[in-house]
Design a protein around this ligand. Structure first.
Ligand SMILES: *Cc1c(COP(=O)(O)O)cnc(C)c1O
Length: 454
């Protein structure tokens, strides 16, 4: 079979293979890479997943996008190594479940993508005998997931920027205590500022010699692994009838997670509806309702801090899948099919107060321990089921994207107990931190890059 080609959502760059898209991160025209065709599974293949382990489903999904780009034995080794932890599915009530994506080494769902992307990048650059500097902006969890996923690799260095004061102590320590090939900057600004500096440096030809690459959710190599858990959860929870389908609720910020689900749907997974649950940054909810898009600048600070995004970086991909064109600034030159989008997607914006109330309600009524992101997802699902009178037998799965122990202050305030720490997060308190402070301005950042990476 011919390898799948990847095009840029801005439509002004050459098509590339998977490995090129992976190593470039962002296209030269600042667009995002998308597969020209989305491979599909038959119903029979999807049914067979119920007999497979998580890493085997990952193998089946990922190899479809990498035809001719890696051989099966090597890919199988990579997925086995990346997915060596549990993916619990916990019942809330009726046929409504929470999928806990928090059992990886940094206790957030970002481990799923980062671990696979790190292994794939390492595979390709070793083959080509190249070196890379990964630049990544984080609002909390990406940074630690990327730093952990790449820690200790020979040919890859990682530089993470986080917004000063906007990540929790624990999130910061997960990045700053590593050392070796991992360097961290605390920026006097917001997450969007971090992301803007990263984007500007990619577009700066003076820095070409550094071999810059991105590991943010804009990298197609992060998106593809996020398709897998949609197939996995369905394979474990479906009742076995031909007409089974599922509703997913996805707590969303930059829309990488939900794009994985949208791809899964296009690949043949019978997804009846996606609920895109957001915090008070409701630019997408309004867009879906009105067809008019306007970014929220600056983004609002909400409890679910990893979702404080005023312009989701993956939105251009969603627009592309529905036949539209949106550039990196959020300007739409061709409108997507909004009716089709509304048929597939519902969106709910959840305030901080309601997020807190739902943490309490889910715990008191269903013994579900949720942190703020998962609470936004669960509440979005509750809203949808109520508004559309969803049958109680309907399979619904809400994603929990981080471990409650990553947000101890909120949990203690609301539930009056301290959630137990997963093994992966123990012992951080006593480790030494290394990071640099920078002002929010591009020329300082550029000098930093030039001086630190010769
Ligand atoms: C990153 C993150 C999200 C948002 O995911 P996107 O792919 O950016 O939409 C939600 N919850 C947590 C805990 C996260 O770290």
């Amino acid at each position: 079979m011919e390898p799948i080609k990847y095009y840029s959502t801005n439509l002004k760059a050459d098509e590339v293979t998977f490995s090129e898209a992976l190593l470039k991160g962002i296209a030269p025209d600042k667009g995002l890479y998308m597969p020209k065709e989305i491979p599909t599974f038959t119903r029979v293949e999807i049914k067979s997943f119920s007999q497979k382990e998580y890493y085997e489903i990952a193998f089946e999904v990922i190899r479809k996008f990498l035809v001719g780009q890696i051989n099966d034995d090597e890919l199988l080794d990579l997925v086995k190594d990346a997915y060596n932890y549990d993916v619990p599915l916990e019942k809330g009530f009726e046929n409504k479940y929470v999928m806990r994506l928090d059992q990886g080494p940094t206790a957030s769902f970002k481990d799923f993508a980062a671990r696979m992307m790190g292994r794939l990048m390492n595979y390709y650059i070793k083959k080509e005998n190249r070196k890379l500097l990964i630049l990544t902006a984080t609002s909390g969890d990406t940074g630690s997931a990327i730093a952990n996923a790449f820690y200790g690799l020979d040919n890859i260095k990682v530089l993470v920027l986080f917004p000063d004061g906007e990540v929790t102590d624990r999130q910061r320590k997960q990045m700053t205590t590593l050392g070796k090939n991992i360097q961290i900057i605390s920026l006097k600004g917001k997450f969007d500022d971090c992301q803007a500096l990263v984007k500007e440096s990619f577009a700066d030809s003076d820095l070409d010699y550094l071999g810059l690459s991105s590991a943010n959710s804009i990298n197609i190599g992060r998106l593809i692994p996020q398709i897998v858990y949609y197939f996995y959860s369905f394979s474990r929870l479906r009742m076995g009838n031909e007409n089974d389908d599922v509703i997913f609720s996805v707590p969303s910020g930059n829309f990488g997670d939900m794009m994985g689900g949208v791809f899964a749907k296009h690949m043949g997974l019978p997804i009846k509806k996606f609920i895109i649950s957001v915090n008070e940054n409701d630019e997408f909810t309004s867009f879906l309702n009105t067809g008019n898009y306007s970014k929220i600048e600056p983004s609002k600070n909400c409890l679910s801090s990893a979702m404080n995004v005023g312009h989701p970086s993956n939105l251009a991909r969603l627009v592309a899948l529905y036949g539209g064109v949106m550039n990196e600034k959020g300007e739409i030159s061709k409108s997507p099919d909004m009716d089709k989008m509304r048929k597939d997607i519902y969106s709910s914006s959840i305030s901080d107060q309601v997020t807190k109330d739902m943490i309490k309600e889910a715990y008191d009524e269903h013994s579900l321990l949720l942190e703020p992101h998962g609470s936004v997802g669960w509440k979005g699902l509750m809203d949808y089921c109520k508004e559309f009178n969803i049958d109680q037998d309907q399979l619904c799965i809400s994603l929990e994207t981080a471990h409650p122990a990553k947000f101890p202050a909120q949990i203690v305030e609301i539930l009056k107990f301290d959630p137990e720490l997963p093994v992966s997060l123990e012992g951080l308190e006593n480790k030494t931190e290394y990071f640099d402070n920078l002002d929010n301005n591009y020329s300082d950042f550029k000098n930093y890059l030039i001086n630190n990476y010769k």
